[in-house]
Design a protein around this ligand. Structure first.
Ligand code: GLU
Length: 227
């Protein structure tokens, strides 16, 4: 049984180092369930142009490792060093996702670890607990529409389906399609038992979690200032 975990800080400033540690600790707490690989996704830097209302969001960063959580932690910090990623950068809103995988489709390997992605630009990312029983037919359809697959997982159809739904809505002129509308449409096509968390470059600072059959717990911490 795998574990999915997400952390969204909203209107409370958190440094990238803190966000990473929350995600790693979330995964450590799920370790008892058993797993063979692990992964996370966090935001890369957000560039604000001269117009502060028009921030440019670069693709989210994805880290995936076969083996235990500490191997993931080690490889993330190695990549951080190699790429000079700023651990002190602060985010007043940030959506991070994490996963421990127990392989059902595809051997334990970085390419089969989650988050699974829609494309090279990480437009949609998904962590998944469970099995999509109709993934073969969905995969055939997506391949016919030009998608290429990198993993042997059943999960990879999910972010690709989200991109397909999003692109189709936009092609049809519906540029106001919401993240939850995209996910609801994706769910209509999935069979099996699952809990999912979606992250998207098109909907920065938002996460969508959904489930059918599998357990999912949502926690909200509210700090209030009293005068
Ligand atoms: N079926 C998915 C996979 O093999 C998810 C397995 C899990 O729940 O960890 O990647």
């Amino acid at each position: 049984m795998c574990g999915i975990f997400a952390y969204l800080n909203f209107n409370v400033s958190r440094e990238r180092r803190y966000i990473l540690e929350v995600l790693f600790n979330g995964l450590r707490r799920l370790e008892y369930r058993g797993y063979d690989s692990a992964g996370i996704s966090i935001d890369s830097s957000i560039y604000s142009g001269s117009d502060l209302n028009r921030q440019i969001f670069t693709p989210p960063l994805v880290f995936r490792q076969e083996g235990n959580i500490e191997s993931l932690v080690k490889s993330v910090y190695q990549d951080v060093d190699a790429t000079d990623l700023n651990l002190e950068e602060s985010f007043s809103i940030h959506a991070g996702i994490a996963h421990t995988r127990w392989a059902t489709h595809g051997e334990p390997a970085p390419r089969n670890s989650h988050p699974q992605t829609s494309d090279a630009g990480n437009e949609f990312l998904v962590v998944h607990n469970g099995v999509v029983t109709n993934y073969e037919v969905l995969k055939e359809t997506l391949v016919r529409h030009g998608f290429t697959f990198e993993s042997e997982t059943d999960t990879e159809v999910i972010p690709k389906l989200a991109k397909f739904v999003f692109d189709k809505a936009n092609e049809e002129g519906d540029q106001s399609v919401t993240f939850s509308q995209v996910v609801i449409e994706v769910m209509r096509h999935l069979e099996g038992a699952y809990a999912l968390i979606f992250k998207s470059r098109h909907y920065p600072n938002e996460l969508i979690a959904c489930k059918r059959g599998s357990p999912l717990l949502l926690g909200v911490k509210v700090s209030c200032m009293c005068f």
